[in-house]
Design a protein around this ligand. Structure first.
Ligand code: NOJ
Length: 733
């Protein structure tokens, strides 16, 4: 985000003409609130949704019919800087009030949770990250930006780039997984896709990277829980994606709910002012997460709302999401002198700068023709990109005896409630999809010409119909069982203490296996599951996540061999829940897990991942050979021969890892340093080259200082974090 001198002058001029109330208004974000007509308060309604007393659909219906207050009077009075609405005509109406009826005519910045697509829903981020395809990350973000803007949304609360290593946390679904390098490349590509195409006023939005920071490290994987860690761990694992996003020019940041080492991120001056704004150079603004300023009172870091507001403002929190604390308390605090006017001016300058950069003063509205165009349906190229993203995000975990792909001649018994529920394909944080765009796995198989019969039998919730399962076994040559989680089982406030297949699904799989028919398992889920039993007993497992609106087409294409799976895991899968957090790049211990007793292991389960980061099979095979490492003045040049050993074309993600063998702080057993997607024809061999700049071979210490330390390094290249060739090099920087 860069402003011209003229734009900067415009901001300063505007700022100089604003009253204190108008300035604080810019720091206030509203969302529509429900008025009247309810037998139960809104908070109770949310609880009813959460504990299952009403379904998502019922909730949606209630909300659609409820009368909502969009805070028009406050907008007119200059007391609102931002809104959260997805309807384009409503957004035009609100902008009209802001631009034409408020004293200074400052447009609203309109934010929304467009996390993995708007109406074109792409795979959930943990799935999309499995493509290891930076160009795809960028393309899907670019399309999400265009669709958002066509609906009056100019600020996307994305990308979510929390490194997450504990799959009990429901929000692992929203981010790119456990690795800081993959997370950083995902972050950069998303920022480019959302922000960089300024060819038209409606082709870009402001990104909001979140949740700053270490939210993914919440203790026990329980959402909103406390986090504590060393400075070195913070800098090496949790901050890199944010640093990368800032280097790419991300316009805004959302602070995380959690405390970090005792100070909630919302009021954490060191994190917001020193690290984010000063060191990383954020040019835009920071927004709190929903109600987070008020929650500082419950955290026990502030005595009351007023105190929380003062702490947040002083810490560098520029915008208040949803509490009205700034609106209600800041003016008095400025007058008393507790909050200097300079703090307010800095926040407002940042917010206005983003609005100016977005071109909102010139183009606040969505043209009616564009609204109507979207009402007619999704453009073909949007659907095609949804399908491509879904195809690249699947990971073939296991394929014993080449059971997959199936042939069109085989009679398929498709089992599992999830297999024919088009409402379940989008996953968590998808809020603008239309049922008519969604393709279930059953629909996909039928459209692809498979010989398929469907037997729901049951799913993640409720009873299993075992008789129906027996019928499915009798009537098919092969069973395709679709099992996993509903979309509500991951995402915010969806942590779980047990992450094996929920409900009676394992019993269903046992029953299917007992028939002796081959059972292919397709997983639909929002988090790595504990699959120890499944990996041992099932011959073929395709991880399909929640792949978005074209999920059914993509899964059908993979099952029938029209698409060769190429995804690699962005997060490690445990065998049992008790292994969480399990991740590949853990610090070396003095007693690495092994068969002998006094090592870092469990008595009752494996110590390492069942399916590690980077794992993923193909319908062809790949062999690595001839690893070479050459040192130049400022880099290592690494080459390896990669051969497609099978009889069909396939795409492999070649991965480069590094281990710093001895350093002044314990380093990870392996760290991803680069990757490359390579498509090879049957039998083709190609040399893959990676350049590893020496500058990238260091790490951050407990003062947050980057260190390059001479000594021995191991270079690994392979097709997963577990399966690599290795060479040692000694480096003096
Ligand atoms: C809460 C979530 O933590 C955050 O990710 C989201 O963007 C905001 N609410 C706004 O909906």
């Amino acid at each position: 985000m860069k402003l011209t001198q003229d734009q900067k002058n415009f901001v300063e001029d505007l700022l100089s003409r604003m009253t204190l109330e108008e300035k604080i208004g810019q720091m206030n974000q509203e969302s529509p609130s429900i008025v009247g007509g309810f037998d139960v308060p809104f908070s109770e309604l949310i609880e009813m949704l959460t504990d299952g007393r009403i379904s998502q659909e019922e909730f949606g219906r209630i909300m659609a019919n409820a009368k909502q207050d969009f805070h028009e009077d406050d907008i007119r009075a200059g007391r609102v800087g931002s809104q959260m609405v997805k309807d384009p005509r409503q957004n035009n109406a609100l902008q009209k009030i802001a631009v034409e009826e408020s004293r200074l005519g400052i447009p609203l910045i309109i934010g929304f949770d467009v996390i993995h697509g708007f109406r074109s829903v792409f795979p959930i981020a943990i799935g999309e990250a499995c493509s290891f395809d930076d160009a795809l990350f960028e393309e899907t973000a670019h399309m999400a930006a265009a669709e958002s803007r066509a609906h009056g949304i100019n600020w996307n609360f994305a990308p979510m780039i929390d490194a997450a290593r504990d799959s009990r946390w429901g929000r692992v679904s929203e981010g790119p997984g456990e690795d800081p390098l993959l997370g950083s490349r995902f972050a950069r590509a998303k920022i480019r896709g959302l922000q960089n195409d300024q060819s038209s006023p409606l082709s870009y939005v402001a990104a909001c990277t979140k949740h700053y920071v270490a939210y993914g490290a919440c203790e026990s994987g329980r959402d909103y829980n406390t986090t504590s860690m060393s400075v070195s761990n913070l800098y090496n694992v949790y901050l890199p994606a944010f640093r990368a996003a800032m280097n790419e020019g991300a316009a805004t940041v959302m602070a995380a709910f959690n405390d970090l080492n005792g100070v909630p991120c919302t009021v954490n001056r060191w994190l917001l002012r020193d690290v984010l704004k000063k060191d990383f150079g954020l040019e835009g603004f920071v927004v709190s997460d929903a109600n987070a300023i008020r929650e500082c009172v419950i955290h026990g870091i502030a005595e009351d709302d007023r105190d929380a507001g003062v702490q947040a403002a002083l810490a560098g929190m520029d915008m208040d999401m949803g509490t009205h604390i700034y609106k209600d308390h800041l003016a008095a605090e400025v007058e008393k002198g507790t909050v200097p006017m300079a703090v307010i001016d800095e926040a407002v300058r940042r917010i206005l700068s983003v609005k100016v950069w977005l071109g909102l003063f010139e183009n606040p509205y969505v043209p009616e023709a564009l609204i109507e165009a979207y009402e007619k349906g999704l453009p073909e190229e949007h659907i095609a990109l949804c399908r491509k993203a879904a195809e690249e995000s699947m990971v073939l975990l296991k394929n014993e005896g080449g059971l997959l792909p199936l042939s069109r001649g085989q009679k398929i018994s498709l089992v599992g409630k999830l297999a024919d529920d088009a409402n379940e394909v989008c996953g968590a944080w998808a809020m603008a999809w239309k049922p008519e765009d969604c393709v279930s796995i059953r629909m996909g198989l039928e459209a692809a010409g498979a010989d398929v019969r469907y037997f729901p039998c049951g799913g993640p919730e409720g009873e299993i119909d075992f008789e129906e399962a027996d019928r499915a076994c009798r009537e098919g040559d092969v069973i395709v069982a679709v099992v996993g989680e509903t979309d509500a089982m991951s995402g915010e406030a969806s942590s779980k203490a047990e992450i094996s297949l929920p409900g009676g699904q394992r019993a269903l799989l046992e029953r299917l296996l007992a028939s002796g028919k081959p059972v292919v398992t397709v997983l639909m889920n929002g988090r790595p599951l504990a699959l120890g039993w499944e990996a041992e007993h099932l011959p073929a497992i395709l991880e399909a996540w929640h792949l978005g609106i074209r999920m059914g087409d993509a899964v059908a294409a993979a099952l029938l061999g029209d698409v060769n799976p190429s995804g690699k895991l962005s997060s490690s899968f445990p065998a049992v829940t008790g292994q969480c957090p399990v991740y590949y790049n853990h610090p070396s211990t003095g007693r690495p897990g092994s068969k002998s007793k006094f090592t870092s292991r469990y008595l009752d389960s494996p110590w390492d991942a069942l399916y590690p980061f980077g794992h993923g099979l193909s319908y062809t095979g790949f062999a690595y050979d001839g690893l070479c490492v050459e040192e130049t003045a400022d880099a290592l040049e690494i080459c390896v021969k990669l051969k497609n050993t099978g009889d069909r074309e396939g795409t492999e993600v070649a991965q480069l890892y590094l281990q710093d063998v001895a350093a002044s702080l314990v380093r990870p057993v392996k760290e991803l340093k680069n990757y490359s997607r390579v498509t090879l024809a049957a039998g083709e061999e190609r040399e893959i080259r990676f350049t590893l700049p020496k500058q990238d071979m260091g790490f951050y210490d407990n003062e947050g200082q980057y260190r390059l330390e001479d000594g021995l390094f191991r270079i690994y290249v392979g097709g997963s974090s577990r399966d690599c060739l290795m060479k040692e090099v000694r480096i003096a920087f």
